[in-house]
Design a protein around this ligand. Sequence first.
Ligand code: MRU
Length: 356
Amino acid sequence: MAEPDDLPLAPLRWAEPPDGPVVILLDQTRLPDEEAELACTDVDGLVAAIRSLAVRGAPVLGLAGAYGVALAAARGYDVREAARRLAEARPTAVNLAYGVGRALAAHRAAGGEGPTAAAAALAEARALHREDAEASVRMADLGRALLGELVPGGGYRLLTHCNTGALVSGGRGTALAVVGAAHRAGELRRLWVDETRPLLQGARLTAFEAARAGMPFAVLADAAAGSLFAAGEVDAVLIGADRIAADGSVANKVGSYPLAVLARHHGVPFVVVAPVSTVDPATPDGGAIRIEQRPGEEVTHVRPGARVAPVGAQAYNPAFDVTPPELVTAIVTERGVVSPVGRAALAAVCAAAGPA
Ligand code: MRU
């Protein structure tokens, strides 16, 4: 077996070849079979990559948005229009609009046109990239310490959903960064990886990252989680988030809410790990979170071209669901842990000074 590779993957980078700047993505639609790069030379290409999930996951969507504004500025496109299109490419992960907004504000503050403003947008995207990597380290430390309190004795059996590792981040990610820290400390007995239908981010991407890091893991069909809880095989659930409303409601990959209900029924901690940029004070509660509806083919087919439902079958395909705050044991951010989860406690942690 290959030695574990401990270096984080780079899901996105900026490059400046002679024919002009470009945002280079690790194409996540082709993992785990191929580590192929996708070069986006214009905003159309980047918007298409965001919609197809070639780049996906909340924190890295923020980076894609910020670098997208920098790309538009450097290549002389209409930056405001580019920012609008990037921010609207996917509606649920608030990090996308946040990243776009940061780079656009820097561009405006530097005059709103020309090379100086373009350089300011790029510098802001790079700053966000660094901040995300730092946040990831801090969340991993805080999350691992929290696990020690919630699950005395170590030897954790952790269940996760979707993909929250280096593929979604400028660093090692959110929930999977916590799992990775526990693994490196010898505290992980088993990572249970929900396959995460319909697009299989768990089976394809989390399993890829877990294997690469040498973690003990097993992939399960989403519907098998219940029997795993019933058998007492789960010590804690760790997931990420795409948007956290002001009341602590958590929008994350569809299938997260049923896990929270199961966890509550079985007395298992349900922990959300997300940077403060995922908390949206302008969204008052879970009902106000806009949930992306995706094409029915993602459900009627197991992959493009491989249909499993009868021709003409209708499908219901929300990309995310919302877990109410009362089912969330704790929210781990880079600025501190919110537990119990509530409006005031969440606002206080978000307002706290960031890591030095
Ligand atoms: O549709 P995706 O793959 O972009 O959904 C991603 C998720 O739901 C992740 O769990 C979420 O972005 C948290 S990643 C830190």
